[in-house]
Write a protein that binds this ligand. Structure first.
Ligand SMILES: *Cc1c(COP(=O)(O)O)cnc(C)c1O
Length: 301
């Protein structure tokens, strides 16, 4: 994949607040690396696809919701890798497919819809059986790449930001796979900060332990009050913030992940969390396609 050799844009943020606090801040634009598989997703997928090729798997099977950045990235990545893919979609098939799901189909992904109940309660084996998928010939990728292999791929994100020499690395947290990858590869003197986009996510330590494969690690700083009510929830304050960030800094954010991260960073900056002289890097993990689910005209971009 292109992201192995390519380096993402680093956008430096210039603002009176930053000057006043003597803080340096930049956004690592992983979202700009590629028009389709942008952000953190190709990093998380990398080792799964390599393993599938090596083990001669005939198909990639993965999971997600109707607006899933992970599904669309998997569909595209598989197409590029010459691997057939199946996406197990949470919820009954809607009359009109979301933009995300239509894109998945256009990249050749075979979509299978299952009820929300079955999605959360059925074993992978029985799901495969129900859809006539040969389990042993398929590479199963858990939703969001939540697996040690996903975290191992996410480590490569560190190369993208190495030149900036940050004191603080910030990322949005969904499954915590990206957070785990960053944690394994950061320098000792860097502070890693995770901003969960789900409400009441209180199992991050256990998740990291599973993803890294040890109980021995330095727990990242977690800011758990910027979820705006829960996954994919939003309010006018968040939308106004997104428009302001775009108008002032020309940074497009998505309302599910990166806007919540940026909101948290600025809020904490106002509360003087960051010492003078800090160098903050915010990882833009992508996901902009998700904004297409907002009513037209909501955003200035
Ligand atoms: C999937 C996703 C995340 C969450 O990453 P995890 O590794 O699951 O924590 C963050 N930002 C964007 C834009 C995403 O699409």
């Amino acid at each position: 994949m292109i992201f192995e050799t390519q380096r993402c844009r680093i956008d430096h943020i210039d603002s009176p607040l930053l000057k006043q606090k003597n803080i340096n801040m930049a956004v690592a634009r992983l979202d700009q690396l590629h028009p389709v598989v942008s952000g953190n997703k190709p990093f998380k997928l990398f080792h799964f696809i390599e393993k599938a090729k090596k083990e001669n798997k005939k198909r990639i099977v993965t999971f997600g919701g109707a607006y899933s950045n992970h599904l669309i990235a998997t569909a595209y990545y598989c197409k590029k890798s010459g691997l057939p893919s199946t996406g197990i979609v949470r919820g009954e098939k809607p009359e009109t497919l979301s933009h995300t799901l239509s894109q998945c189909i256009s990249y050749g992904m075979d979509l299978k819809f299952i009820s929300r109940l079955d999605y959360t309660t059925q074993e992978i084996d029985s799901i495969c059986h129900a859809f006539d998928i040969e389990r042993d010939k398929a590479m199963i990728i858990p939703e969001g790449g939540y697996h040690p292999l996903g975290a191992k791929g996410a480590e490569k994100i560190t190369n993208q930001i190495a030149d900036f020499d940050a004191t603080h690395i910030c990322t949005a947290v969904g499954t915590a796979t990206t957070l785990a990858g960053l944690l394994e590869h950061k320098n000792l003197n860097q502070t890693l900060i995770g901003i969960p986009v789900l409400k009441g996510m209180n199992d991050i330590r256990q998740r990291l332990s599973y993803l890294i494969g040890t109980e021995q690690f330095e727990m990242p700083v977690i800011w758990d009050t910027y979820h705006f009510g829960g996954y994919a929830r939003r309010d006018n304050k968040l939308i106004e913030f997104m428009n302001r960030i775009y108008d002032c800094h020309k940074i497009e954010t998505d309302f599910v992940y990166t806007a919540k991260m940026m909101f948290g960073i600025f809020d904490k900056m106002n509360q003087d969390f960051f010492p003078e002289g800090s160098k903050i890097i915010a990882i833009h993990t992508g996901g902009l396609q998700g904004n297409l689910s907002l009513p037209g005209g909501t955003l200035n971009f």
